[in-house]
Ligand binder design. Sequence first.
Ligand SMILES: NC(=O)C1=CN([C@@H]2O[C@H](COP(=O)(O)OP(=O)(O)OC[C@H]3O[C@@H](n4cnc5c(N)ncnc54)[C@H](OP(=O)(O)O)[C@@H]3O)[C@@H](O)[C@H]2O)C=CC1
Ligand SMILES: N[C@@H](C=O)C(=O)O
Length: 274
Amino acid sequence: MSSSPSSRPTALVTGATAGLGAAYARSLARRGHDLVVVARDVERLESTASALRTEFGVEVEVLAADLSDRAALQRVADRVGSREAPVDVLVNNAGFGLRQRFVDGEPADHERMFDVLCRAVMVLSRAATGAMVPRGRGRILNVGSVAGLVPGGGHYSAAKAYVIVLTETMAGELRGTGVSATVVEPGYVRTEFHARSGMSSGGTSSLSSRIWLDIEDVVDASLEDLFAGRPVSVPTKRWKAVSAVLDVVPRRVVSSVWNRMPSGAKRRHPTAGE
Ligand SMILES: NC(=O)C1=CN([C@@H]2O[C@H](COP(=O)(O)OP(=O)(O)OC[C@H]3O[C@@H](n4cnc5c(N)ncnc54)[C@H](OP(=O)(O)O)[C@@H]3O)[C@@H](O)[C@H]2O)C=CC1
Ligand SMILES: N[C@@H](C=O)C(=O)O
């Protein structure tokens, strides 16, 4: 792993080969950051890195790692915590969904979900604060989801609720240190996420166009909130309104509405039937 000799700041993005992570990497490169890109698929990482170098003239390190593997996660944590080649911006983005219930789903899948969505975010966030606080600067962006505000969205919702609360906790503890933590809570975004977990990514109706977000809108809004040091980012007015409602409606009411819905509808995407 080579350290960056340039004077540019460095951003490390997990899940940088597809969807939101690829867009975060591109946007940070456009803003003049060198990058460390992390995911499992080495070929895709190399081609992502090569495209970023060519288009933006920045330095890009490739760090192949399965974040559900503890040894691999530790390699990424060591890179995040490096004193010699500091990481100025950490984007904990890698993730996936599961189209199965928690109570009778495959235990190994749920352990993997916990490891990637929760454990990796916690370990890398802690590695980042350990290095950034003594330097007095740094930004951490954790990718949550509006799903984290809804009890009933399966283990995924529980995992994203963890990311939301952990990040808000960090934001409070980091006050006055020069380091900030932001959680972004997107609604539905068309990426590889839904196909990978066997869910529909909606049709082309006007309902879909109101529900589904553009990747660029999510990335631009959340990076603006990240660099402004805001603890929570909910991209678009429409989803800000949804999030505001979910914040005030008692959790037991949301849960009871969810539990009355037919089970088929709960396992499908809201726009799947279009
Ligand atoms: N799409 C949506 O509607 C929403 C998504 N989110 C969240 O956004 C984040 C990004 O998702 P999105 O871009 O949609 O999904 P994609 O499926 O498009 O991309 C997922 C990325 O994560 C990487 N990844 C997956 N598993 C691992 C692993 N075990 N170790 C390392 N890297 C991994 C993948 O690369 P590789 O396979 O090579 O490892 C890929 O680069 C996730 O945290 C997701 O929960 C939040 C709200 C809405
Ligand atoms: N909101 C999306 C992911 O977080 C989804 O549930 O499809």
